[in-house]
Design a binder for this molecule. Structure first.
Ligand SMILES: [Zn+2]
Length: 984
């Protein structure tokens, strides 16, 4: 049975039909299963050479060396396909042209790498020009990347009047594009995430092109070069372009992409390839999917230990606590170079052992930089050879204030002189000594960060080292998997979501909460990693002023596939590590509620139906609500996540349009368990849709529902612990369940009892403290779960009598917090509950008025009611700006960053209600004020304006009235009686 389950794939809607009892594997076992093979195979005939990987295949023309075909598959579907051969054009010369003559041989052929060499002459067709001798060295990597080194060897001067360009045409399941230039680590327009233009439309880029990519969560294709726009005359011509080609309806979009290496406009000075001088450049391709998925993908929940100088290593108790929150990866962030752990000696071995005992994998942070104190670094400084490796990121050196041990020196990613070999040697040293399960690579950025271009042999300056970065990442992946076939490779890519940079990693940490915008935007951009396939990872924020609050992060996480929210010691133990910003009291509660739900349900056994691609199967009717459904393929049960992203209570309006794709059966009766409210209902699929459609969801909350098919009136396990096996012995009237959980986790375990009554409940053979809630009917009790499994047995009575005390099942703690905050956001906060700003600043004052009135808590309960004895608009109730042509503003300032998601303004006299106002917050990273997300200029038509927005974490909130944007009475004055925000 175990072997059969091993074949189930998270990406396929496989459904077990076996009559045998379902059985799950514990997550620890799944995490340690080797990755699916990542091997290349190479076939050839007289005309073509085909190099195929696990999901992709390239075909090469032996005559020219041109890439004739590239395709990639996701399961049965072809999701990337070349429409014609890729081409290199050098004025009238074309690599794929009929006049090109040459031959290609295979010079290296291994499962990880295939290298081809082509020697030939580019013909100029009918133009009469002399042939141009060339050589190609094409390296195919098992991660789907192809790098082709091109050397032109002109025998006589070749005068170029158009230029050199690299072009391809392909169709595939993509929706967006990104263009990287050599000067940035991410895209040209990192905040915009541009969708593909409409068919027939063409987009031109003018920055020094490095990588041009089309992508979606289903597929991706990138082209890149180390010689982007090396000569453009006149300046300002396009350096790259993307055009969407019209195709038949229902077919995937086709694109024409081009990158210009040399570009000459008409009338400009030609570019000369000099006789006898080699002209060298590289072209590359990267494709997704490039490997098969591992079932553990959505269960890679990472915890990060940063620590500080006094607490460099976690205690055993801290490791256990992390495991009990449902994390599966434990990363140590400031451990030193791989293989060279920080003191005290022996601590690392203890930590790794404990991490493994608690069921997690141990991850070591590698940096793109090297430890300052490392002997090799010191030696190179002493003998003057450090410049051979030196880079400039972080200004050349990074030191952490709370931990002097963390002292890194920047190296250049593309530096030759043995740097890559040295780093790989450190990895070997690490695996020789320690039982680690993978690596986290910090700052995996293709960023120009070098001032030794000549010494390092960079092809041009500035140069982003993208090709060298890929080579290093690929070599690391091969080395790590040789030592640990289940190793997890994680990188920090920020917004640099470029296939050749990220394709060698199983998890992409894209960081800072400030990057998140809308749910659809999150899906389009940050969920595009799944095309590789890889897992996403959201950084919860350490010292950043702006972050995505934990409860919101779980909206993004659970609506898009799960397992993406990571966490760190600085947030979990803020008293011990007071370095993280904006830690709220309820964070831990959300963490426990949402992480353990994922752990219990078992995403590694499940198929996800995300909101973004399941519109034909189900949808929500209420504005601002979204649903995603997970189906567990071993148990045939479901987890339904429904989020309300508005500031008001909403019903979900969930509609199921097609039951078959979900595997729901109209003849089946289901039990629905509200995971947070801990309440239960039963019914068929129709009833389910009705029930869930009417479900009330608190403002900005995400409800979780668990659905289990009923087997008649047979008792069954509902929630608490990961169910590994379950057996009903009808003759013996006994239900027996094996539950798996992190060691010593204490949690509520709940059973539905059907038409049975229960005499007693045994936990590992001993009577457990269970009670009965006759409403369900359910029995429930707190159980201390043990490793490897906890056996819980229900002994049903023969006389129809309950042997258990009656009890009331309480809602999950998270539910109380949610209800409390729902009441708070409905506006019933009293003055004392609101955190006062530390300071109020205004742009100006009307004579006699003071900013003190703006946040005058004593008056708050009087707003909207008669202002006894006080006159609205007088200086004791209101503030007024000077009367001039400037914009006017009020800024609330706090000494510490606050998480703010709404603000209230009470305006003064109606004739002076503004026609244009907006809110801004201080963006510390950009060192400027930015508009609060999703809210633009607005006008006023009631005395009280309540403004909701996606949360920001900031020290300042500003209310601005546009220049001359005041009320009709006196448009050049701003008049406010109260402005307040309610930080969390
Ligand atoms: Zn360099």
């Amino acid at each position: 049975m175990i072997a059969v389950l091993g074949l189930l794939c998270a990406g396929a809607a496989a459904i077990t039909t076996s009559a045998a009892e379902p059985q799950s594997r514990p997550i620890e076992t799944v995490l340690r299963e080797p990755l699916p093979p990542e091997r290349l195979s190479c076939r050839s005939d007289a005309r073509q050479i085909e190099i195929a990987g696990p999901t992709f295949a390239y075909a090469i023309d032996r005559r020219s060396g041109a890439v004739l075909r590239l395709e990639a598959r996701r399961g049965d579907r072809k999701v990337v396909e070349f429409r014609e051969a890729a081409d290199l054009r050098i004025d009238q010369y074309r690599l794929n042209g009929p006049a090109t003559k040459g031959s290609t041989e295979i010079i290296e052929n291994t499962p990880a790498l295939v290298v081809l060499k082509t020697l030939g002459e580019l013909g100029a067709g009918k133009t009469g020009s002399r042939p141009l001798p060339y050589e190609l060295r094409s390296t195919f990597y098992n991660d789907g990347v192809l790098v082709c080194e091109v050397t032109l060897r002109p025998a006589e001067n070749i005068v170029l009047r158009e230029g050199i360009s690299h072009r391809l045409s392909a169709s595939g399941e993509w929706t967006h594009y990104v263009h990287k230039n050599r000067l940035r680590y991410d895209g040209d327009s990192p905040e915009a995430n541009p969708p593909l233009p409409p068919a027939g439309k063409r987009i031109g880029m003018k920055t020094p092109t490095s990588c041009l990519q089309v992508f979606s969560p289903a597929a991706g294709l990138a082209m890149f070069t180390d010689a982007g726009a090396i000569h453009v005359a006149p300046p300002g011509l396009e350096t790259a372009s993307l055009e969407v080609v019209p195709v038949e309806e229902g077919r995937p979009p086709a694109v024409l992409m081009a990158q210009h290496l040399v570009r000459i406009g008409s009338g400009s000075e030609p570019y000369v390839l000099e006789a006898g001088k080699q002209f060298h450049f590289r072209l590359g391709w990267s494709v997704a999917p490039c490997r098969l998925p591992h079932v553990r993908q959505a269960d890679l929940r990472m915890f990060v230990w940063i620590g500080d100088a006094n607490n460099p290593y976690p205690t055993d108790a801290e490791i256990d606590e992390v495991a009990r929150l449902g994390f599966t990866l434990f990363q140590m962030h400031r451990l030193g170079n791989p293989g060279e752990p920080r003191p005290p000696h022996g601590e690392l071995a203890r930590v790794i052992q404990r991490v493994h005992q608690s069921g997690m994998l141990f991850i070591w942070t590698d940096s793109t930089n090297l430890m300052y104190s490392n002997p090799e670094t010191r030696r190179r400084h002493a003998d003057g050879t450090w410049t051979r490796w030196e880079g400039t990121s972080y200004g050349g050196r990074y030191r952490a204030a709370m931990d002097p041990y963390c002292d890194l020196e920047a190296v250049c990613i593309g530096a030759p002189h043995g740097l890559a070999d040295y780093r790989l040697g450190l990895l070997e040293k690490m695996f020789d000594q320690y039982d680690v399960d993978g690596l986290y690579l910090d700052d995996n950025y293709a960023l120009p960060a070098c001032r030794h271009g000549e010494l390092h042999g960079h092809p041009r300056e500035p140069y982003d080292c993208l090709i060298e970065l890929h080579e290093m990442n690929w070599r690391r992946r091969q080395a790590v998997h040789r030592r640990c076939p289940h190793a997890v490779l994680i990188d920090h890519c920020g917004r640099g979501i470029l296939l050749p940079v990220i394709c060698d990693f199983d998890v992409q940490l894209f960081g800072e909460g400030r990057n998140f915008d809308t749910l659809q935007g999150f899906w389009d951009f940050f969920c595009s990693f799944r095309n590789l396939p890889a897992q996403g990872c959201m950084w919860p924020g350490d010292g950043e002023d702006v972050r995505c609050p934990t409860e919101m992060a779980y909206h993004f996480d659970l609506l898009t596939g799960g397992g993406q929210y990571c966490y760190l010691d600085w947030r979990l133990w803020p008293k011990k590590f007071p370095y993280a910003r904006g830690v709220t009291e309820s964070e831990g509660l959300y963490l426990r509620a949402y992480n353990l739900a994922q752990y219990y349900f078992g995403f590694y056994e499940s198929t996800v139906f995300p909101f973004a691609t399941s519109g034909g199967i189900f949808s929500t009717a209420s504005r601002d609500t979204f649903a995603t459904i997970y189906r567990n393929n071993v148990w045939g049960d479901y987890l339904i996540a429904i989020a309300n992203r508005s500031a008001e209570t909403r019903s979900s309006g969930l509609r199921i349009h097609a039951t078959a794709p979900l595997g729901l059966s109209s003849n089946q009766v289901y039990t629905i368990w509200d995971v947070h409210e801990r309440s239960l209902v039963s019914g068929g699929p129709d009833k389910l849709a009705a029930m869930l459609g009417e479900a009330e969801i608190s403002p900005r909350h995400l409800n979780l529902y668990y659905l289990r098919p009923r087997n008649g009136e047979t008792p069954c396990h509902l929630w608490g612990g990961k169910r590994i096996a379950e057996r009903w012995d009808a003759a013996g009237r006994r239900l027996s369940v094996d539950l798996h959980a992190p060691p010593a986790l204490e949690d509520l375990v709940v059973f539905w009892t059907g038409n049975r009554t229960v005499r007693r409940v045994l936990v590992n053979g001993q009577p457990g403290a269970f009670a009965v809630d006759p409403g369900g009917p359910m029995v429930f009790g707190k159980v201390r779960l043990t490793a490897p499994n906890t056996k819980v047995e229900l002994e049903c009575s023969s006389d129809g009598k309950w042997g258990l005390p009656t009890g009331e099942l309480q809602a999950h703690e998270i539910s109380k917090v949610v209800h409390a905050s729902a009441i708070a956001s409905s506006g019933k906060i009293t003055g004392s509950a609101v955190r006062q700003p530390d300071r109020i600043e205004v742009d100006s004052l009307y004579t006699g008025y003071s900013p003190d009135a703006i946040s005058d808590t004593k008056a708050w309960d009087e707003h909207g009611a008669a202002l006894a004895g006080r006159v609205l608009g007088n200086a004791d109730t209101s503030w007024a700006s000077a009367e001039n042509d400037e914009a006017h503003w009020i800024t609330l300032c706090w000494n510490q960053p606050q998480t703010i998601r709404c603000a209230d303004i009470w305006w003064a006299a109606q004739s002076m209600w503004p026609v244009r106002f907006k809110l801004q917050y201080w963006d510390a990273q950009q060192n400027t004020f930015a508009d609060v997300p999703s809210v633009a200029w607005q006008g006023v038509n009631t005395q009280h304006s309540a403004v909701d927005f996606p949360p920001v974490c900031t020290t300042r909130l500003r209310l601005i009235q546009d220049a001359a944007g005041g009320g009709a009475g006196r448009p050049r004055i701003m008049f406010v009686q109260e402005f307040r925000a309610d930080p969390e």
